[in-house]
Design a protein around this ligand. Sequence first.
Ligand SMILES: NC(=O)c1ccc[n+]([C@@H]2O[C@H](COP(=O)([O-])OP(=O)(O)OC[C@H]3O[C@@H](n4cnc5c(N)ncnc54)[C@H](OP(=O)(O)O)[C@@H]3O)[C@@H](O)[C@H]2O)c1
Length: 329
Amino acid sequence: MVLSHTMRAVEITAAGGPEVLKPCILPVPVPGHGQIVIRVAWAGVNRPDALQRAGMYAPPANASPLPGLEASGTVVELGAGVTRWQIGDRVTALLPGGGYAEYAVTMADHALPVPEGMSLREAACLPETCFTVWSNVVMRGGLKGGERFLVHGGSSGIGTTAIQIARALGARVFVTAGSAKKCAACLDLGAERAFNYRDEDWAAEVKGMGGADLILDMVGGPYIARNIRALADEGRLVQIAFLQGARAEVNFAEMMTRRLVLTGSTLRPQSDLAKARIAAEVEAHVWPLIRTGRFAPVMDSEFPLDRAAEAHARMEGSGHVGKIVLKVE
Ligand SMILES: NC(=O)c1ccc[n+]([C@@H]2O[C@H](COP(=O)([O-])OP(=O)(O)OC[C@H]3O[C@@H](n4cnc5c(N)ncnc54)[C@H](OP(=O)(O)O)[C@@H]3O)[C@@H](O)[C@H]2O)c1
């Protein structure tokens, strides 16, 4: 297949607000060993894209400086050593960056087939959230059926994914969210209780129910001490972001006397091998949930690629429930 040499993309012209995202023309990426080039149909928008744009989340070395951690589309070029994919295959892939563009390059084993019956629009929303949720909730957090699981930001892309996957595993799910509408959306997805953190003491409520066996937190700051209080004995706290800061005063004696585990991870800087292992787990455990109708991405809104700034403004306005996507093709 002959690719054009240049492509439309959206770049970060300086650290700042959504307005620093500007359309541009760039060379089409070239695949290295073990990599594929995808003609992007849809790109998922994630909070880390906004952090990168604001200058708070630098891309790893060798990654595209363009934002965009996930995209769906068609394989158009194979690097040396790629055996899993053929030109023309429809895939959805985790990207090291570069999703806000007509073409994106990634490791072949970070791509997964578009689930049968799913549109490319929905499929674009799967990798970043499914990889993050599966690796933190199950691989790191060890969630099991029957356990009490508290997820903060329940209406976020991550939260809506975590609720459904945890319910499919048979866990009891509790969430926090910032409005009645968002709480209702979380209950619709299978959460047992949804606490509006603006007027409810979620830590006391969860503790009153026996405490959480696992908490997935993206807020940090003042939530850290409250999370520790809300954990059951032997509970695990998995930190995936710090929207309200990474510093807190904490009584670590509680960790010792109640045998708590405090951990966390971030996906993007992990090795290619680690991401490939997560991809294999997601394909083995989450793709069957999609096939059997137990998990589907919750779609909020779509924007054309060259209006990515509006997509970021919607995300940072926090009016959304679920995922925001960019239409690229
Ligand atoms: N560790 C990793 O590998 C990894 C990977 C992907 C994403 N993440 C993180 O996971 C989080 C969710 O990502 P996403 O893409 O799903 O984003 P998102 O949909 O924008 O979700 C962010 C959520 O956080 C809540 N929120 C925002 N600011 C807050 C604040 N100051 N205090 C309390 N809650 C706040 C918002 O809900 P309310 O309106 O209810 O407050 C919103 O639903 C982000 O923090 C992101 O950086 C981490």
